[in-house]
Ligand binder design. Structure first.
Ligand code: OOG
Ligand code: NI
Length: 468
C-alpha cells in the first residue's frame, strides 16, 4: 500500500470530531442547543466587529471556528492511558502539556491530546483533555483495592479498534474503509453507558470517597463528559444562557473580559442527573442516578510566552489571595471586580504585548510588501518591515488549557463545596511513565509556529533570515 492511499490523520481527526459531536448531541440534547447559541453569537460578533472578522480571516481561524471544540475524558489505569495515546495518534493527536489537578483538590493529572502543527490545527483543532485518576490518593486501602479490581476487569476499547490501531502502526496509515471503521470503533470508547459495573452499595462507597472516583471506576468506559464549542464572546453567551434554560456557573474561569483576549476563558453549566442501573451481586439491576456530564463554552485568545504566563499567574494568584475564599455565587461580583483591577497591569493591545514579549504572534507579508519585493533593502530588520507595513502580525491563538481553570470546571461539576486536600507531590514523571511517552511542551510549539511564520515571510519577500 502506498502512502497516497492512506487517509491523512488530520482527515480522520476531523471525521472523528464530527462523529463525536453527533453522538454527544444525541446523548445530551442541551449540547445541541448550546451549539446553536454559540454559532448565532459568533455570527453576530463577526457582523458587528469587522476588524475581528478580518483578523480571523488572515489567521484562518474563521474557517475552523464552527468545527472547533474540545472534549474531556477520565481514565483509570496506565494501560488505558497508554492505549488512548496510540488511538489518538492514529488521528494525528499528541499529548501536549502536563496538568496537575491534585494541588487543586482533584485526584487526577492530565494532558491534552491535540494536533501540534498549525497546518494540522487548521484542518481540525479538536482536542481532548484527558485525565488519569490517581488511585494512590484513595486513602482507604479496601476501597483502593475495589477500584483496582474493577478497573482491571474492564475493557474500554473494542477488539476491532485495537486491531485497527495495530494495523495503522504496522502500515503507517489506514485506507478509506479502515479509516471509516476506525472512527466508528473508536467512538465506542467514549459512549455513555447507563448500566454501571458495580452494585448500589459499591457505588456509594466510591462516591463517598470522591464523586470523580465513582465516575471513573463504576462504568464501562471513559464516557465523554463534555464537548466545548469556542465562542467569540463568552460574556454574551453567558448572558443568553438562562433564556435557553441553561444555568452557568457563577464565575467565568480565566482572565477578565478584555479588548484583546489572552489565553482562555471558560464557563460550564451543571452536570445532568442521569438514570443508571446498578448491578447487584445476584445480577439484578437497581435503578439509581449519577451526575457526570455537563456543558461548557470557551473563548480563546492569544497564547502567552513564559514571561506573559508568569504575569498572568501572578495576577490571578493576587486576585484569589485578595478574595480569601474560593470564587462562588456569593462573592462573584467581588471576584470579578478584583480580577478586573488586578489585570489592569496586563497590557491590552497587541503592539505592547508584542513589544514586551508577553505573547506569541504570527507574521504575514502584506500586499504592499509583496509588491515591493524587488526593491526591498535585503538587510531590513523585522521591526523596519513592520513599520513600513510590509509585514504585519496577528495573535497566535492559545490551543491549550489552564490548570486553575480546569480545577474550577471540575469542582463546579462535582457538585459539592468540600474541597479535598491532597499533599501528593506533582508527578509528571509518573504520568509520562503511564502514558508511555513524554508530553510535549506547548511553549516549544508556539515558538516553532511563530518561527515558521517568520521564515515564510522571509521567503515570500526574498530576504535572508528574519529574527524576532
Ligand atoms: C475536565 C475538566 C477540565 C477544561 O476545559 O479545562 C476541562 C473534566 O472534568 O474531566 O474540561
Ligand atoms: Ni473542558
Amino acid at each position: 500500500m502506498t502512502a497516497q492511499q492512506f487517509v491523512s490523520p488530520n482527515e480522520i481527526r476531523a471525521r472523528f470530531s464530527h462523529a463525536m459531536s453527533d453522538m454527544y448531541q444525541k446523548e445530551v440534547p442541551l449540547y445541541g442547543d448550546l451549539l446553536e447559541l454559540v454559532a448565532e453569537t459568533n455570527r453576530q460578533v463577526l457582523r458587528e466587529d469587522a476588524a475581528l472578522a478580518h483578523q480571523l480571516q488572515i489567521t484562518g481561524e474563521i474557517e475552523r471556528l464552527a468545527m472547533e471544540r474540545h472534549g474531556a475524558i477520565r481514565v483509570g489505569t496506565p494501560a488505558e492511558l497508554a492505549t488512548l495515546r496510540r488511538l489518538f495518534r492514529v488521528m494525528g493527536m499528541e499529548p501536549v502539556g502536563y496538568y496537575d489537578l491534585a494541588v487543586a483538590g482533584v485526584p487526577v493529572h492530565s494532558t491534552a491530546f491535540r494536533a501540534v502543527h498549525e497546518d494540522a490545527l487548521q484542518i481540525s483543532p479538536f482536542r481532548v483533555f484527558t485525565s488519569l485518576l490517581r488511585l494512590e490518593l484513595i486513602e482507604d486501602p479496601a476501597l483502593r483495592e475495589l477500584a483496582q479490581q474493577l478497573l482491571a476487569r474492564r475493557r474500554i476499547f473494542t477488539e476491532r479498534a485495537l486491531e485497527l490501531i495495530v494495523l495503522q502502526e504496522a502500515q503507517g496509515g489506514l485506507d478509506e474503509a479502515q479509516a471509516q471503521e476506525f472512527v466508528e470503533q473508536a467512538l465506542e470508547t467514549f459512549r455513555w453507558h447507563s448500566r454501571a459495573t458495580v452494585s448500589a452499595a459499591e457505588y456509594q462507597r466510591l462516591h463517598d470517597q470522591h464523586r470523580l472516583i465513582a465516575d471513573v471506576v463504576a462504568f464501562k468506559g471513559p464516557h465523554i463528559n463534555h464537548l466545548t464549542p469556542r465562542t467569540l464572546d463568552i460574556d454574551r453567551v453567558q448572558r443568553a444562557m438562562p433564556g435557553r434554560g441553561i444555568t452557568p456557573k457563577a464565575v467565568v474561569e480565566g482572565p477578565p473580559p478584555r479588548r484583546r483576549p489572552i489565553l482562555l476563558r471558560q464557563t460550564s453549566f451543571k452536570a445532568l442527573e442521569e438514570s443508571v442501573d446498578f448491578i447487584e451481586p445476584d445480577g439484578h439491576a437497581v435503578a439509581g442516578h449519577h451526575t457526570a456530564r455537563f456543558g461548557e463554552i470557551e473563548q480563546r485568545g492569544v497564547a502567552l510566552t513564559p514571561k506573559g504566563r508568569a504575569l498572568y499567574d501572578r495576577l490571578l494568584q493576587a486576585t484569589n489571595d485578595a478574595l480569601q475564599a474560593p470564587p462562588s455565587e456569593k462573592n462573584a461580583e467581588c471576584y470579578n471586580q478584583l480580577l478586573a483591577e488586578n489585570f489592569q497591569a496586563f497590557p491590552d493591545d497587541y503592539a505592547t504585548l508584542r513589544d514586551q514579549q508577553l505573547a506569541w504572534f504570527r507574521y504575514y507579508p502584506t500586499e504592499c510588501g509583496l509588491a515591493a519585493k524587488e526593491s526591498l533593502d535585503k538587510h531590513s530588520t523585522l521591526e523596519q518591515l513592520i513599520a513600513q507595513e510590509y509585514i504585519r502580525f496577528q495573535p497566535l491563538v492559545y490551543e491549550d488549557f489552564l490548570p486553575v481553570s480546569a480545577a474550577g470546571i471540575f469542582q463546579s461539576n462535582l457538585g459539592d463545596s468540600r474541597h479535598a486536600q491532597y499533599n501528593a507531590a506533582s508527578s509528571r514523571a509518573a504520568f509520562e511513565q503511564a502514558l508511555g511517552a513524554e508530553v510535549i511542551d506547548e511553549l516549544t510549539l508556539y515558538q516553532q509556529t511563530q518561527q515558521r511564520s517568520l521564515e515564510a515571510c522571509a521567503q515570500a519577500l526574498g530576504l535572508g533570515a528574519l529574527a524576532e
